[in-house]
Write a protein that binds this ligand. Structure first.
Ligand SMILES: *[C@@H]1O[C@H](CO)[C@@H](O)[C@H](O)[C@H]1NC(C)=O
Ligand SMILES: *[C@@H]1O[C@H](CO)[C@@H](O)[C@H](O)[C@H]1NC(C)=O
Ligand SMILES: *[C@@H]1O[C@H](CO)[C@@H](O)[C@H](O)[C@H]1NC(C)=O
Ligand SMILES: *[C@@H]1O[C@H](CO)[C@@H](O)[C@H](O)[C@H]1NC(C)=O
Ligand SMILES: *[C@@H]1O[C@H](CO)[C@@H](O)[C@H](O)[C@H]1NC(C)=O
Length: 526
């Protein structure tokens, strides 16, 4: 791929002003192709007949190390949540991806490794009751995101099952609800003086701990603060602030956090630190910390990453070498380390640095790969083929960082906003949304409601030149809003409308020439 394919190419046309912090830009073709890739890794794989798998490398492993499927799976869900915030009045695609990640997380293939560690514990095969926060923390974060974005509390009201069947053993079903999962995690945090919960038996990894705190925070937010499980987070925060920073003089210039301690003694394993450990931990910490603590505690960590001696020049671009303790399973590799860097930088720096540019260039120029998964002769998907087990994870991390937008105040607050907001609430009384879009044929590149002017602006495009007709629905809170005017590309014709129900209108239109595959709707309310 060409060197000048640096893709800082957000078409940032400011279409409408938005009341909340939002990235006011149309999704780029690169982002759309990356989104298609994670859609094919999740719900499109089950809802279509494609033979492409894309997960082989992750399912093959023993699920104990960084190659385990739960990490890319969970991070795809986190990226889907970010997508909902990029197209804030079109959440359907994001919810489909997110829900699929939860269903996959609940399959035995993902959590069945627990017999290798916890076979002898009394609660076996319950995968979330005791330790294993490297699984339960992600599950909670995903479900909390799903609840916030979709407004569907089914995982709490009806719950979900862990079904254990392995090696001919009798089937055991363990039933949980969101609230029971929260209490299982909270209890363990409460039991420990540091609030750290073990990932592996007896061992607490720094990188595992942010995810349950994000989950607890959003769980409380979704319940309007009627619960307050996230109060426990200050305990872990205190412990981090006082004990988790690398203090070995030779090390601390280039590694910020310590990586691992033994829970029974709270003794950290010396020399155990890595750039990837920092990247992962720092990427997910700001969103559950207070704003002001972020700039001090967390962004000092970004500075360590930024000035790191482990940056390596590559033929094109640059990457962060693992910088870890050699020869251990949890050594953070260069792909993971570099893929977290943009997320960390954008939460700390308003000005894009040369490190950000060259990290993106490294992925783009060395690993960027187009795919035609549906065999229609058109490369509709894009991902980073690293020739390692990390391709899917790295791809979703880079996409998540792109969805945050270019470095500025909005990007800085982007993730924090996700974990502080009951996303679906606005659709109850205030805002319309776009549903029933014929994805993947039609892609929504922009969907935002300006509540001051009462205009919903939607941009659609298709992936390839073809003549087709399509439709979508607008659902709106009809006791507060009525539709007063609809235009397509500034004109009042070129589409037809039909009131489907009292609160839902269907719009049909065709693409009538081969050149123009984009169209823009303005829906005016009163
Ligand atoms: C998948 O293939 C089956 C059997 O050929 C067919 O019945 C089904 O409609 C197909 N599903 C989709 C979504 O194309
Ligand atoms: C998410 O999955 C659950 C469980 O399969 C299902 O009940 C629910 O309707 C799904 N949500 C959406 C929005 O499709
Ligand atoms: C939650 O608990 C913390 C600590 O006790 C308190 O400061 C905070 O105000 C509580 N939040 C709510 C919403 O009650
Ligand atoms: C954060 O810092 C700003 C500027 O120093 C200050 O005005 C604000 O009160 C602080 N907020 C909190 C919650 O401490
Ligand atoms: C709707 O908007 C278009 C374009 O601004 C305008 O020409 C048309 O008169 C409007 N129609 C109504 C019913 O307001």
């Amino acid at each position: 791929m060409s060197n000048n394919l640096l893709y800082f190419t957000f078409a940032s046309f400011l279409l409408v002003s938005s009341s909340s912090i939002a990235v006011n830009s149309v999704l780029s073709e690169k982002e759309l192709k990356l989104i298609r890739f994670i859609s094919y890794l999740t719900y499109l794989q089950t809802s279509t007949n494609i033979t492409w798998n894309g997960w082989e490398k992750n399912y093959d492993g023993p699920q104990l190390g960084l190659d385990a499927i739960r990490y890319p799976l969970a991070h795809i869900g986190y990226t889907a949540a970010a997508l909902a915030y990029r197209t804030p009045n079109y959440r359907e695609l994001a919810v489909n991806i997110l829900n699929d990640t939860i269903k996959r997380m609940l399959t035995l293939k993902v959590w069945g490794y627990i017999d290798q560690y916890w076979q002898k514990t009394s609660t076996f095969p319950d995968p979330v009751y005791y330790e294993n926060i490297m699984y339960s923390g992600h599950l909670l974060q995903l479900i909390a995101l799903y609840e916030s974005i979709s407004g569907d509390l089914i995982y709490d009201t009806q719950g979900f099952d862990f079904v254990w069947t392995k090696d001919g053993s009798a089937e055991t079903t363990i039933h949980y609800t969101t609230s029971q999962l929260v209490r299982a995690i909270y209890r363990q945090m409460d039991d420990d003086s540091s609030a750290g919960v073990s990932c592996e038996p007896g061992w607490v990894y720094t990188i595992c701990q942010n995810h349950p705190h994000l989950g607890l925070k959003l769980y409380d937010v979704v319940r309007d603060g009627r619960t307050n499980f996230s109060r426990i987070s200050s305990k872990w925060k205190d412990f981090l602030n006082h004990h988790a920073l690398e203090d070995i003089p030779l090390y601390k210039k280039d590694r910020y956090f310590k990586m691992l301690y033994q829970r029974s003694t709270h003794i950290w394993v010396p020399f155990f630190a890595a750039t990837g450990n920092d990247g992962w931990a720092l990427a997910w910490m700001s969103s559950w910390y207070d704003q002001n603590q972020t700039s001090d505690f967390i962004c000092n960590g970004w500075k360590v990453m930024y000035k790191n001696k482990y940056w390596q020049p590559a033929e094109s671009g640059c990457y962060l070498e693992a910088g870890g303790y050699i020869g251990v399973r949890m050594q953070m590799n260069r792909w993971i380390a570099t893929s977290f860097y943009p997320m960390v930088e954008k939460q700390c720096s308003i000005d894009a640095t040369e490190k950000l540019a060259c990290a993106y260039a490294w992925f783009e120029n060395n690993f960027g790969t187009y795919l035609d998964i549906d065999h229609d002769g058109y490369f509709e998907s894009f991902y980073y083929e690293t020739e390692t087990v990390y391709s899917n994870w790295v791809t979703t991390n880079v996409l998540l960082s792109l969805l945050m937008g270019e470095n500025r105040v909005e990007a800085k607050e982007f993730l924090r906003q996700i974990y502080a907001t009951k996303f679906h609430e606005k659709f109850q009384n205030d805002e319309p949304e776009i549903i029933a879009v014929q994805y993947p044929t039609i892609r929504v590149t922009y969907a935002q409601y300006d509540s001051t002017r009462k205009i919903l602006v939607i941009n659609f495009n298709t992936e390839k030149p073809s003549i087709l007709s399509t439709r979508f629905d607008i659902k709106y809170p009809n006791t507060f809003l009525t539709i007063s005017n609809i235009t397509r590309d500034g004109l009042t014709d070129g589409f037809s409308t039909k009131q489907v129900t009292n609160d839902r209108i269907r719009i049909e239109y065709s693409y009538n020439n081969l050149e123009k595959q984009q169209t823009k709707f303005h829906i005016l309310f009163q």
